[in-house]
Design a protein around this ligand. Structure first.
Ligand SMILES: Nc1nc2c(ncn2[C@@H]2O[C@H](COP(=O)(O)OP(=O)(O)O)[C@@H](O)[C@H]2O)c(=O)[nH]1
Ligand SMILES: [Mg+2]
Length: 314
């Protein structure tokens, strides 16, 4: 357990749920942002645990454990709680489109919670109502269903704190928001995340994204939902272009720390920040998409975020 994010620089995040809940897909969606590498750990001949890992900034490592939910494995986990030891955060995915399995998934969740009780897990348990696809966002049926399960879980586990998210593979930001919950708290990023969220809300930005010089997205907020394909076209490509642009400037010793591109009324603005943390120089970029008329206000806001960044990383 990690009370203070600075004590350990390596974190364990467990992703659990019945088979077919969408765990692997969620990890694939996140891979767009964290370019992590994957391994499959064969802990016992019968158990396969998909294991992903990525380095964050220069000092952190996040390990993601995908605990499959097939019945035959569940027994093994339950009898060997060691797999769950030292979990910093547990995510539990529930397939919202599979009513037939609701009972089974709640049962598995309760088995896991029993284990975490014995391990004195004290962080929030994060429940993702997954496959809550964009077309169901305001479906009364889905919302009722989510509420019903939520109330059931809370009422039967009063000793545990929960966070609930509606997530879908077809809305990549819904997955990253859920994932950011743990990341923000482990890496002390709440204020930065809040700052970006305000940019989107108060200045009507289509997006506000904080990323590193290796293209890892630390925090991101969007006005619209986006699936993976759109994300690649609109965001990943822009990030690569910007990183190449700043690399070229650096190679040519040109000292410019921002870039503005606009067409019609739309402006894409990106600003580079150098932040000293633990005696290491970390480079960050914040990219926003806004209207041209707002650009000066945005520049002022980004300047304020510099202090927030500095405080988060020192
Ligand atoms: N509609 C929908 N289907 C999904 C979503 N996430 C995953 N799936 C599908 O659900 C199936 C199982 O997904 P997978 O990631 O392999 O589940 P896992 O067994 O938990 O790892 C696959 O056919 C996915 O394409 C989602 O958010 N919405
Ligand atoms: Mg899987």
């Amino acid at each position: 357990m990690t009370e203070n994010p600075r004590i350990s620089n390596e974190f364990k995040i467990v992703i659990a749920g019945l088979d077919n809940a969408g765990k692997t897909s969620a990890l694939i969606a996140l891979r767009q942002k964290y370019n992590f590498y994957e391994r499959v750990k064969n802990l016992k001949p019968t158990i396969k645990i998909d294991y992903s890992s990525f380095k964050f900034l220069k000092t952190f490592r996040i390990n993601l454990w995908d605990m499959g939910g097939q019945k035959k494995f569940r027994k093994i986990y339950i009898n060997n709680p060691i797999y769950f030891e030292d979990t910093d955060y547990i995510y539990y995915l529930i397939d919202m489109q599979d009513e037939i399995k609701f009972e089974e998934t709640i049962e598995y969740l309760h088995e896991l919670l029993e284990i975490y009780r014995t391990l004195s897990y004290s962080n929030e348990v994060i429940i993702c109502f997954n496959k809550f696809d964009p077309q169901f966002k305001s479906s009364v049926e889905f919302l009722d269903r989510a509420n019903m399960i939520k109330n059931l879980i809370i009422s039967q586990n009063k000793d545990i704190k929960f966070e609930f998210y509606n997530t879908s593979y077809y809305d990549i930001s819904s997955i990253s928001q859920a994932f950011s919950h743990s990341l923000n708290s482990l890496l002390n990023l709440d204020d930065v995340d809040d700052g970006l969220n305000k940019l989107v809300k108060n200045f009507n930005c289509r997006y506000a994204i904080l990323y590193t010089d290796s293209g890892i997205i630390i925090s991101d907020h969007y006005i619209d939902t986006m699936d993976i394909r759109e994300f690649e076209e609109k965001i990943s490509r822009k990030i690569s272009e910007n990183l190449e642009f700043f690399q070229r400037l650096k190679d040519e010793n040109v000292n410019i720390d921002d870039r503005l591109a606009f067409s019609n009324d739309k402006a894409d603005y990106v600003k580079k920040f150098s932040i000293l943390s633990e005696n290491k120089d970390n480079t960050f970029y914040i990219g926003v998409s806004t209207t041209l008329s707002k650009i000066n206000e945005i520049k002022t806001e980004l300047e304020k975020l510099r202090n927030v960044l500095q405080m988060s990383f020192t």
